[in-house]
Ligand binder design. Structure first.
Ligand SMILES: Cc1cc2nc3c(=O)[nH]c(=O)nc-3n(C[C@H](O)[C@H](O)[C@H](O)COP(=O)(O)OP(=O)(O)OC[C@H]3O[C@@H](n4cnc5c(N)ncnc54)[C@H](O)[C@@H]3O)c2cc1C
Ligand code: FES
Length: 255
């Protein structure tokens, strides 16, 4: 579908927030769209997770990496983009059976926080503990709010734990080190692969169910080109069509 850009807000030098008119059905938290500005130097859309939606609008938090995301960062209000989606599975597909009184932990690193925040918006009455990891400090309040919006505004009535590797904000260290996995019914994680691997290893030790949102470069985005293969204990899987969320214990991280 073609969607009109409502707003483009810089969170910092690298991260920006795009809000589009939502013409189709709303996404579910964890799902993504293939997005490409109508006027773009790249041929293919780039996969970006929905970070939240309200009324007739959907928004995304995007980090500038290469030409595709650079083109998105240059979009202006009123311009149009192709938004193909929502695609993929959703966190909700992996919720524990009702009756389990343990909490759910969400753990994200950097821009990987976006699809987890969508879950806070989608399920405001569910208590989540939210673990957010960053490399360095937040430079100002706008940056902090832009990245941790729903978590800071109290959508999550559980704990909010922030860690930075340099200790300049919150706890000092890597965020998986602060996660006590045995306290949780299930853990949902999104972020750099090294972080996902560390979370998966901790969960394995305590037998805690864990689901991770995986990233691969994508071309077709619909399961046809096999360009986004993930190696798992159940054979090769397509990140776009079989994921992007997978049981952590099935991912062969080092292959
Ligand atoms: C399901 C899914 C959801 C995503 N959600 C978000 C999101 O919400 N916000 C966001 O900012 N980004 C998200 N991404 C990542 C985003 O799609 C890539 O950063 C983007 O495609 C890069 O395109 P580009 O043209 O800017 O950079 P390119 O020129 O294609 O690449 C620039 C550099 O980034 C590397 N790279 C590109 N894509 C990936 C990738 N998928 N994994 C690892 N390295 C890569 C390249 O190797 C290269 O070094 C998501 C990816 C997936 C698969
Ligand atoms: S991007 Fe083509 S199969 Fe996933």
């Amino acid at each position: 579908m073609t969607a009109e850009l409502i707003s483009n807000t810089a969170v910092n030098n690298e991260i920006f927030r795009l809000e589009f008119v939502l013409n189709g059905p709303p996404p579910k938290a964890g799902q993504f769209y293939m997005i490409r500005p109508r006027r773009s130097s790249v041929l293919l859309g780039r996969p970006i997770s929905a970070a939240g939606w309200k009324g007739g609008a959907v928004h995304f938090l995007i980090a500038k990496k290469g030409r595709g995301t650079e083109d998105l960062s240059l979009m202006r209000s009123g311009e149009a983009a192709e938004l193909i989606g929502p695609r993929g599975n959703a966190w909700n597909d992996f919720f524990p059976a009702s009756g389990d009184d343990k909490k759910i932990a969400l753990i994200g690193g950097g821009i990987g926080l976006a699809p987890l925040e969508a879950l806070l918006t989608e399920m405001p009455d569910t208590v989540f503990d939210f673990y957010a990891g960053f490399r360095g400090s937040f430079r100002d309040g706008a940056e902090r709010c832009g990245i941790l919006g729903p978590a800071l505004s109290g959508c999550s009535s559980g704990k909010l734990i922030i860690a930075t590797e340099d200790g300049s904000e919150g706890l000092k260290g890597r965020i998986p080190d602060f996660l006590d996995t045995k306290n949780y019914a299930v853990i949902f994680a999104c972020g750099p692969e090294a972080m996902l691997k560390a979370v998966a290893e901790r969960c394995k030790k305590t037998g805690t169910p864990c689901y991770v949102s995986m990233e691969r470069r994508m071309a077709c985005g619909v399961g046809a080109c096999l360009g986004c293969t993930i190696k798992t204990t159940r054979g090769n899987k397509r990140c776009c069509a079989d994921g992007p969320i997978f049981p952590a214990e099935e991912i062969l991280f080092d292959e």
